[in-house]
Design a protein around this ligand. Structure first.
Ligand code: HXC
Length: 258
């Protein structure tokens, strides 16, 4: 497939998507998000891929939705076109794990895009923010919802109401970021972690992702029941037999369903 706003590569069993609008700090327009959705769909169908990394440039993961493209929208343009949510939802439906590797700015929709991924690795240069308030708008792709779930109400309110940015260290302390990595190692470390994931049993990886996400969608008792039933179903997989046999036989497991 031809892409003009992203670069799509594979590294072994890892799919790598690099946001590539360098002149606009990777500002997210409709076409770019459509391309990310197409690339994710292709990786989802590709049996050779077990996990995905989305990254940007050294300067910016993404500095937000494209302000120029939005500036003259009327309410009806935004509402009828289901602006933002229409094509962003495709990220949520990807069953394979996605790591966001963030260097530089992840602002507005950029921060929201990172939060839609399953975990965030941040370069020590990363800066996260929800500065929409400065533009006379509010976050529109999860900033007011995923951010408080990730870092709590106090810091989410601070970021959304004052537009202040968080550096990588604060973001990790607050729970937004899984790992901080030196900038020149960021993409390699994300690919290495994705390769580890891609070496495990894919159905189990999907079950883990679904179960963790369930924690944010349901009361504890329902989440625990979902986990328990899913756990039981794992015993129907050949990969469970292989994983446990390999442990008993003191060898490395070779998972079949990758
Ligand atoms: C369009 C953008 C952009 C954006 C940067 N650029 N951010 N273009 N949309 N979101 C462009 C600039 O216009 C400029 O183009 C070029 O990228 C370099 O940016 P500079 O401002 O010159 O760089 P710098 O001084 O280093 O400042 C970097 C920055 C700043 C702090 C990231 O650009 C900035 O504050 N950007 C806007 C951040 C923002 O408000 N994001 C939220 C957007 S609203 P030229 O042609 O002049 O060189 C949003 C809503 C989400 O995301 C709703 C749901 C998705």
């Amino acid at each position: 497939m031809e892409y003009s706003n992203i670069i799509v590569e594979t590294r072994g069993r890892v799919g790598l998507i690099t946001l590539n609008r360098p002149k606009a700090m990777n500002a997210l327009n409709d076409q770019l998000i459509d391309e990310v959705g197409d690339a994710l769909d292709a990786f989802e169908k590709d049996e050779g891929i077990g996990a995905i990394v989305i990254t940007g440039s050294e300067k910016a993961f993404a500095a937000g939705a494209d302000i120029g493209a939005m500036a003259n929208y009327s309410h009806m343009d935004a509402y009828k076109g289901d602006y933002i949510t229409r094509n962003w939802e495709r990220l949520k439906s990807c069953r394979k794990p996605i790591i966001a590797a963030v260097a530089g700015f992840a602002l507005g929709g950029g921060c929201e895009l990172a939060m839609m991924c399953d975990m965030i690795f941040a370069a020590d240069t990363a800066k996260f923010g929800q500065p929409e308030v400065k533009l006379g708008i509010l976050p529109g792709a999860g900033g007011t919802q995923r951010l408080p779930r990730a870092i709590g109400k106090a810091k989410a309110m601070d970021m959304c109401l004052t537009a202040r940015m968080m550096d990588a260290a604060e973001a990790e302390r607050a729970g937004l970021v899984a790992r901080i990595v030196p900038a020149d190692r960021l993409v390699d470390e994300a690919i290495e972690a994705a390769a580890v994931i891609a070496g495990f049993s894919l159905p189990i990886i999907i079950m883990i992702k679904e179960s963790v996400n369930r924690a944010f969608e349901s009361p504890l008792s329902e989440g625990l029941l979902f986990e328990r039933r899913t756990f039981h179903s794992a015993f129907g997989l050949e990969d469970q037999k292989e994983g446990m046999a390999a442990f008993v036989e003191k060898r490395k497991p070779v998972f079949k369903h990758r």
